[in-house]
Design a protein around this ligand. Structure first.
Ligand code: HEC
Ligand code: HEC
Ligand code: HEC
Ligand code: HEC
Ligand code: HEC
Ligand code: HEC
Length: 275
């Protein structure tokens, strides 16, 4: 078997192992967690698609109207090189599909994609002898998927999402994303946020702790405050796994780009104990 084949088998087995562990948790861990709640949560989570497609944003409305193939924006290519804050703060990309209002006129004048796709940092958006329109406007993702497979080869494994443990990749230096278009800048981190927060609901039944420091490595405060988490309203009292799964709170990122909700034990450290 080719080495790539072995990795795929490993990944599939990892996924199966987690599914089995969850099935067991439903039986054995009943006293630790309400069984009906857990079953409801598990049923509501969408299945993980192919690893290479997780985090891809397909933009088709303007492209289609102009007779161009849809644009596929892959997060994996970009997050290996840039932290989230480069695009979602410095370059003003929205964190909701379609929110940014990208047009050809804007990006050819150096906004959005054009801030980097200028023929120097990355292949150009301009028409001309070096044009590569079809690297963004793609009829299918075959080439892109092939490059994903090569990229994923050296990366730490995860069971869901891209099949890549991005947190470990970042911490161990498999990827070294810069945190500003100006290169690496030092961002002061408030001392008082160093202690992880214990999150609880109105009727706390779980054991989730949230690390500001881990998230601040890649994100800006404004990625979460005040839109996703309103501190004054103590928005976490409205938490349930269902609101998360429907793309609110943690689910804003942890359903679409960061590891998805299927990966229970990465947030619920206690859950792995009942496996
Ligand atoms: C770096 C990626 C990228 C490259 C390269 C690129 N485009 Fe686009 N293009 C986009 C994005 C993003 C949109 C917005 C897509 C949407 O919302 O449907 C877009 C939209 C368009 C549109 C729709 C009209 C409009 O006003 O937005 C046209 C026409 C277009 N591109 C033509 C081209 C041509 C021709 C080339 C090559 C010379 C090209 N594009 C190269 C990313 C790219
Ligand atoms: C190179 C730029 C870039 C980087 C880096 C980047 N993003 Fe994005 N992100 C985008 C673009 C472009 C979109 C689509 C915006 C639109 O459609 O208007 C997007 C959309 C999203 C969405 C919504 C996806 C959907 O399917 O609706 C989320 C969530 C998101 N990004 C989170 C992140 C996180 C978390 C990181 C860091 C791990 C990150 N992004 C890094 C450019 C980037
Ligand atoms: C912060 C800089 C930055 C921004 C913003 C950015 N890109 Fe990129 N992009 C890159 C770099 C760097 C690469 C890797 C370049 C290479 O392989 O030549 C890349 C690669 C890609 C690829 C992979 C193509 C391939 O053939 O492997 C696609 C597709 C792409 N970008 C689309 C987009 C679209 C669409 C946007 C805007 C919605 C965008 N990018 C915004 C820096 C950026
Ligand atoms: C990934 C999302 C995320 C990012 C990024 C983030 N926060 Fe938070 N923050 C949270 C969550 C979740 C809570 C808990 C909110 C609640 O209880 O409603 C919180 C709570 C807080 C609190 C209240 C702390 C307490 O003890 O109750 C402060 C102050 C705060 N954040 C400041 C910041 C600052 C400053 C930054 C940037 C350095 C930042 N946050 C970045 C998600 C985030
Ligand atoms: C704005 C985007 C965003 C939001 C909102 C967000 N996260 Fe994250 N989180 C990330 C990114 C990006 C990573 C890096 C790992 C990855 O991409 O898979 C991460 C990593 C983590 C990790 C580290 C996992 C590990 O294995 O080291 C935990 C735990 C976590 N998030 C929990 C939460 C919880 C709980 C919430 C809600 C209170 C939350 N996150 C909200 C983007 C976000
Ligand atoms: C990205 C982080 C994250 C992941 C992944 C995650 N959860 Fe949660 N979960 C939370 C947060 C935050 C809460 C609310 C805080 C609390 O109650 O302690 C919560 C609460 C819960 C609750 C309490 C009941 C409720 O709805 O309020 C259950 C049960 C639960 N999660 C089960 C699961 C299961 C099963 C999985 C995997 C299929 C999972 N969670 C994956 C973050 C996560």
């Amino acid at each position: 078997m080719k080495p790539g084949g072995m990795r795929i088998v490993t990944r599939v087995m990892l996924t199966a192992a987690v599914a089995l562990a969850l099935a067991l948790a439903l039986r054995v861990g009943a006293q630790a967690m309400d069984r009906a709640d857990l079953a409801k949560v598990l049923k509501a989570i969408p299945p993980n698609g192919p690893f290479e497609r997780y985090g891809n944003v397909t933009m088709r409305s303007r492209a289609k109207a102009a007779g161009m193939a849809p644009v596929v924006f892959p997060h994996w290519v970009h997050r290996a090189r840039y932290t989230c804050r480069v695009c979602h703060m410095e370059l003003n990309f929205g964190m909701r599909r379609g929110d940014s209002g990208i047009t050809r006129a804007l990006y050819t004048s150096g906004k959005f994609c054009g801030a980097c796709h200028d023929g120097t940092t990355a292949f150009t958006v301009q028409a001309g002898p070096n044009q590569q329109c079809n690297r963004c406007h793609m009829a299918n993702t075959k080439e892109l998927n092939k490059r994903f497979a090569e990229f994923a080869e050296g990366m730490p494994l995860a069971s869901f999402g891209n099949g890549i443990d991005w947190a470990t990749a970042y911490n161990e230096g498999n990827i070294r994303p810069v945190n500003s278009l100006a290169g690496q800048v030092t961002l002061p981190f408030p001392e008082k946020l160093k202690k992880p927060l214990k999150l609880g609901t109105a009727s706390p039944r779980s054991d989730v702790s949230f690390s500001h420091q881990d998230h601040y490595a890649e994100l800006d405060c404004s990625s979460c405050h005040p839109d996703v988490f309103n501190i004054k309203l103590k928005s976490t009292t409205a938490f349930t796994m269902e609101t998360n799964i429907y793309g609110n709170f943690c689910g804003v990122c942890h359903m679409l780009v960061a590891f998805p909700m299927n990966d229970c034990r990465r947030c619920h450290k206690g859950m792995s104990n009942s496996y």
